[in-house]
Design a protein around this ligand. Structure first.
Ligand code: NAD
Length: 508
């Protein structure tokens, strides 16, 4: 029988004392569990321990623990000189380089020296847990235990069950995770597990928008941060932080592992910039330029000031119409006619479609037609969208009207779903499909994405906030427009939208 995870004499062995191993050692020792840290490279384990010790004392200086607790934690973290020193460990966490053969070798050697009750786990981010387990004698006691960098700050860990992993193994890992102050989420062994799979939408759709010439990098980032969805970072800021040398290969790898799933299709834009060495903060240049690791801000051009004499707002989308009407009522004369008078400039508030389609459907001239995204309200940065034949002088007038009460406005080219609608719908759709494939439970999907990716809300709740029917409408409109299976709606979303129930609804 494996030892109970709350036993006072539970011991965790950690193999690999690099960025991840030392972080894991720090939290496990701090959580009151004995740690043996091993690395094949000379002094690497001792260096890792020194680092973890310093971090523990720093946490003590910050008042996060008492001196006695810090000394206790440091005392519990020991260096192991050889692999066989881990013979009595109750759990061994492997955090060596990301190489299938090296990891398999480690577990084959480990199985020779640990007891049969010892739980064995890998911290791999991209290799298949099942593939590592394939060489093991007892794959039932083996699982993925995927921490995020930096481990002490990223309070989440994925418990990944391979094809042969026992439920008991996963339960032990869930309890250990909680004991060391981390939130466990359960995921099936699939490419990207949960967090890296759910994170596909933001970057790939952001890149697609830019590659289609709809707006530039900061146009996308600014709207996603300030235009209602409230992301802490837009996709290009995020890729500059991670570095394209890391993000682009992950995009390619997950796409290929899912046999070319169009939802994850990467774009030559990131490959080219990566090849050029524009890796973001770490190289000083990426999508943005950095000086001393600080982003150099480009000054935004001021909004035009001359306001149009009269504005007509389409009633095709009543909620959007009402929102825009209340925002513009004090700004200029509103043309309340069923059809616009010849002197009015025209606003449309489409859900999912582009403004060219919205204007032509209502028989309004595209030259004087403009779109405004009202789906996330009009309290933050606003999106103004033009048709390919919109008159630039008229565009300046409507820009001035939208900016008259002090709101920032981002002007974009025509796009089904503007920027925010299509990025949010893509993220929600991917999360729905993760739920549909039973990779993780709906509540774990939301928890993993908020803790692991720092999104303001989980993607399924994000979908509920917008409304499943609206998300479906956006995706269907994009699918109709592009004919690209990338935008096909997940069955999970379709059924819940039809039933009018939450996207978090589990099947009985
Ligand atoms: N760095 C991250 O952001 C991150 C996040 C999540 C998961 N991971 C995964 O965690 C694992 C470790 O990543 P890292 O960033 O800590 O790597 P790292 O290069 O910082 O450290 C790896 C350590 O493993 C040691 N090592 C190599 N082969 C060994 C062996 N056979 N036995 C014992 N020690 C050995 C190396 O000497 C090195 O100290 C990888 O599988 C990686 O994919 C990394």
């Amino acid at each position: 029988m494996p030892k109970k995870p709350n036993s006072p004499d539970f011991v965790v062995g950690i193999i690999g004392a690099g960025a991840m191993g030392r972080g894991i050692a720090q939290i496990v020792a701090t959580g009151g569990i004995g740690v043996l840290l091993f690395d094949t490279k000379d002094d690497a384990a001792a260096t890792g321990k020194d680092f973890a010790d310093r971090m523990i004392f720093r946490a003590c200086e910050k008042g996060l623990m008492s001196e006695e607790e810090a000394k206790g934690a440091v005392g519990r973290l020991e260096v192991a000189d050889k692999l066989s020193d881990l013979a009595d460990a109750d759990l061994v966490i492997e955090a060596v380089i990301e190489d299938l053969d090296v990891k398999r070798e480690v577990f084959l050697s480990l199985e020779e020296c640990v007891t049969k009750d010892c739980v064995l786990v890998t911290n791999t981010s991209s290799l298949s847990v099942t593939a590592i387990a394939a060489v093991m004698k007892y794959p039932g006691r083996f699982a993925g235990f995927h921490f995020f960098n930096p481990v002490p700050l990223m309070k989440i860990v994925e418990v990944v069950n391979g094809l042969e992993t026992n439920e008991e193994t996963c339960e032990i890992l869930v309890r250990i995770a909680r004991r060391v102050g981390h939130e466990p989420v359960r995921a099936k062994d699939t490419p990207g597990f949960l967090v890296n799979h759910a994170g596909r939408g933001l970057n790939t759709e952001g890149v697609r928008i830019v590659s289609e010439g709809i707006t530039n990098f900061s146009g996308v980032d600014d709207l996603l941060r300030e235009g209602g969805p409230n992301f802490r970072m837009g996709p290009f800021e995020l890729m500059d932080t991670t570095g394209l040398d890391v993000s682009h290969p992950v995009m390619e790898s997950i796409y290929h592992q899912f046999y070319g799933e169009p939802r994850f299709r990467p774009n030559p834009l990131t490959l080219q910039r990566s090849v050029a060495g524009l890796h973001g903060r770490k190289t000083g240049r990426g999508f943005y330029t950095y000086r001393n690791n600080k982003k150099i801000q480009n000054l935004e051009k001021g909004a035009p000031e001359v306001i149009p004499e009269s504005i007509w707002i389409s009633k095709a989308e009543p909620e959007g119409h009402d929102l825009l009407l209340s925002a513009l009522r004090e700004v200029t004369e509103i043309d309340m006619g069923q059809k616009p008078s010849t002197r009015s400039l025209c606003f449309f508030t489409p859900t999912g479609s582009d403004v060219t389609s919205a204007a032509t459907t209502e028989g309004v001239e595209a030259e004087r037609s403009f779109g405004v995204d009202t789906l996330f309200g009009l309290d933050g940065r606003r999106t103004l969208m033009s048709t390919p034949v919109s008159d630039p002088d008229l565009r300046d007038l409507v820009h001035a009207a939208l900016a008259a009460d002090g709101h920032a406005v981002t002007v974009i080219h025509d796009s089904p779903g503007f920027v925010n609608q299509r990025v949010v719908a893509t993220i929600v759709n991917i999360a729905c499909d993760i739920a549909q494939q039973r990779i993780a439970s709906p509540s774990d999907i939301d928890k993993a994405v908020t803790l692991g990716l720092g999104y303001p809300v989980g993607p399924l709740s994000m979908g509920d906030n917008v409304g499943a029917k609206r998300v479906l409408k956006i995706l269907n409109a994009m699918y109709d427009f592009y004919g690209d299976p990338r935008y096909r709606a997940s069955p999970w979303l379709k059924r819940r939208a039809l039933l009018g129930v939450s996207l978090l609804t589990l099947e009985n």
